[in-house]
Design a protein around this ligand. Structure first.
Ligand code: SF4
Length: 678
């Protein structure tokens, strides 16, 4: 399956060894990748490197992997750059020493995920696999990787600056709740001892940093770069900048003592991260000032195209040839990203916190060029697995009047209502899908990422054009669904949905009706797969019973469900820790104990026989006989045994069964009816 093969007979790097490339009939030299070994650095005749990146992920040279994106950007600025992927942090630290001292700085990232999310389940059980490591093997990175790597580098090279970035550093840039140690932690700059932090999608900040270093500006003087954070001793004061207003938040110490003050901080952090004209944030941390500069503007089309058009090989480094496939890469190797950012602002999600609320969209030309590249990969069979962004249907969407957006502090453009200034036209996507569909080597281009169904529902997106929505839906359902379409209503309880910043569930009913109509019209028989979350702040056990009953009524047997994980820097995590909503400062119930969480989760699986007795007990205790009957039917013979009539979900055949099975069942029923009549 793996489509690049080492030509050299031994697994060592040889002078002229080449690697079969992903593209038809091409062979790539090892220098096509950024170097990760001393030999590869020497092959480029580099005596000293300018920048060395240390990453918790294996090196996959693909625009979906942050380390590659940053590495290629640094290279494009004319710097000599190498990567140390997944260094061993337990031995004599030879991996950290093998490439010597960089001229300018070490860059450190945990990789594409926060290490703790990567390592542990929502129940804090250690995972046995790691999708970003060859062979999916776990154990190739430490817990809190950014802190571990950065401290090692600071010890080995005390005079070399360390710059941290990526999702772990970004979302831990200020006092935050750490679910895994169950405590508030200060900015990651404190524990990591790093010199500078770049938050969010860091290309613009990094570019400015590189250009200033090139001009000879010392690293410690980089205090005015947007989208960065750093410490200054209190006695040194705050560097002056007449263009920025300063916003001083509750100190780390105050947050430790007072949960309300911590919660109050969050509202400002979220608002300033999402504003087009934002303030500089100051927070006192153990006698120093943490200074977080305002974010950069959203990338323009030219800027984002430039990033995606860098000369990626689109392949894992050949070093991993014999260590097995990298699952995260296998998942995306035939997919193409269309945009970044998400304006949904869901309470439990970190996408807008990291990628931003404003959408940065690539040009059609750049996307089509990449699709074309993918179609020439040697094992491409005609199927693009995903043509999307974090929320699939936000491509090219933005405010109609930019000056209104400039003054906006709303964390979401579509909650509690769809903003009247938001242009939600799906036409650019419909057109793009059609163009990709027409490419001769593409049999099908699927939309694998979830879509925001609320944008496609006139009852919710009141200003949206219904014809535009329907045209998109038809194109999507007819040509771009790979048997199942993912949507994320996340819950059915109105209060929980409000807290999640999600629309009322009635709109999902409307969406499903439209979906089913198109499905029937074209005889597609494609499944709609809704995603749900249990144990979200505000959600009670009874809400979960209602969720189970309502979704059963709609014909679903849920599979895509998850237990809420409080990851750093979300509204929901702040409520989980403090019990207070940071915007209203009102208290909220949050299920926290293992038992509460397990109970909530069990309701998703009402259809499993082993849960019936438990469900009966819980609902009898709560005197919710109505829900009990909806979920399990009436007890057989009026008894109180575990056995119920076990009513099948209505519509289940129509929506969830494959066509052939539905027909078979229909035929069987007809035959048995005929037999009875006879
Ligand atoms: S004005 Fe509307 S479209 Fe613009 S950022 Fe605010 S909510 Fe979004």
């Amino acid at each position: 399956m793996f489509y690049f093969v080492e030509i050299s007979s031994k697994n060592t790097l040889k002078e002229n060894s080449h690697y079969l490339c992903a593209m038809d009939d091409f062979k790539l030299p090892i220098t096509a990748w950024l170097p990760i070994t001393k030999k590869e650095v020497e092959k480029r005749d580099w005596e000293q490197l300018d920048v060395i990146l240390v990453s918790g992920d294996a090196y996959v040279d693909h625009p979906a992997f942050g380390t590659a994106v940053v590495g290629r950007l640094i290279e494009s600025e004319g710097f000599r750059i190498a990567i140390i992927p997944q260094p061993n942090w337990k031995d004599d630290l030879r991996d950290f020493k093998k490439l010597g001292t960089p001229k300018y700085f070490f860059g450190v990232t945990s990789g594409c995920m926060d290490t703790m999310v990567n390592h542990y389940t929502a129940n804090i059980r250690l995972r046995s696999t790691d999708a970003y490591t060859p062979g999916g093997k776990a154990g190739f990175r430490p817990d809190y990787a950014v802190v571990t790597y950065s401290r090692i580098l600071k010890e080995l090279y005390p005079d070399v600056p360390v710059l941290i970035g990526g999702i772990e550093a970004s979302l831990r840039r200020i006092t935050h709740y750490d679910y895994w140690s169950d405590k508030l932690m200060p900015t990651i700059l404190e524990d990591s001892k790093a010199d500078l932090l770049v938050y969010g999608m860091g290309e613009k900040a990094l570019k400015e940093i590189l250009q200033m270093l090139k001009k000879g500006i010392p690293f410690h003087q980089l205090t005015m770069v947007k989208q960065t954070a750093y410490f200054r001793k209190t006695e040194e004061g705050i560097p002056k900048n007449k263009n920025w207003k300063d916003l001083t938040l509750n100190s780390h110490d105050v947050c430790l003592k007072d949960k309300k003050k911590f919660a109050a901080n969050f509202k400002h952090v979220e608002q300033e991260s999402n504003k087009l004209v934002a303030d500089r944030i100051i927070q006192e941390v153990n006698g120093k000032n943490l200074i977080i500069n305002p974010p950069y503007d959203t990338m323009t089309e030219t800027e984002i195209d430039f990033s995606f058009d860098l000369p990626y090989t689109r392949l894992p480094h050949p070093k991993y040839n014999k260590r097995g496939a990298i699952p995260a890469y296998e998942m995306i190797k035939f997919s193409v990203n269309t945009h970044r950012g998400c304006f949904g602002g869901c309470s439990f999600c970190t996408i807008s916190a990291h990628q931003g609320k404003f959408i940065a969209s690539r040009s059609e030309e750049s996307i089509l060029k990449e699709v074309n590249k993918v179609t020439h990969m040697s094992d491409f069979k005609g199927y693009i697995s995903d043509l999307a962004g974090p929320s699939a249907n936000m491509y090219k969407m933005k405010g109609k009047v930019q000056s209104i957006c400039e003054k906006c502090v709303s964390p979401s453009c579509i909650h509690p209502v769809v903003c009247s200034n938001l242009d939600t036209s799906h036409k650019p996507m419909t057109d793009l899908y059609k163009k990709v569909d027409e490419l001769p080597r593409v049999k099908k281009a699927f939309i694998g990422s979830g879509i925001r169904y609320d944008l496609l529902t006139k009852s919710y997106n009141k200003n949206g054009d219904e014809d535009d929505m329907m045209e998109y839906m038809e194109q999507l359902q007819k040509r771009h669904v790979s048997g199942r379409l993912k949507v994320a209503p996340e819950h059915t309880a109105p209060d929980t949905l409000k807290l999640m910043r999600k629309p009322d569930f009635k709109h999902f009913h409307t969406f499903k009706e439209n979906y089913d109509k198109i499905d029937k019209k074209y005889d597609l028989n494609q499944k709609l797969v809704p995603y749900f979350i249990s144990s979200h702040p505000g959600c009670k056990e009874e809400d979960m019973a209602n969720l189970a009953a309502e979704t059963k009524d709609m014909g679903f047997q849920l599979e895509q469900v998850q237990d809420f994980t409080p990851t750093p820097m979300t509204v929901a995590t702040v409520i989980y820790y403090s019990g207070i909503h940071p915007y209203t400062m009102k208290p909220y119930y949050t299920p926290k104990t293992k038992q509460e969480k397990q109970n909530q989760h069990k309701f998703f699986f009402w259809y499993k026989k082993e849960n019936h007795h438990w469900i009966k007990n819980q609902l009898t205790k709560a005197k919710r006989f109505d829900l009990l009957e909806k979920l399990l039917g009436r007890p057989k013979h009026g008894g109180d045994k575990k056995e119920f009539t076990d009513r099948k979900p209505e519509n289940s055949g129509a929506v969830n069964k494959p066509k052939w099975l539905a027909e078979k069942h229909k035929q069987t029923a007809k035959n048995s009816g005929n037999r009875k009549r006879r």
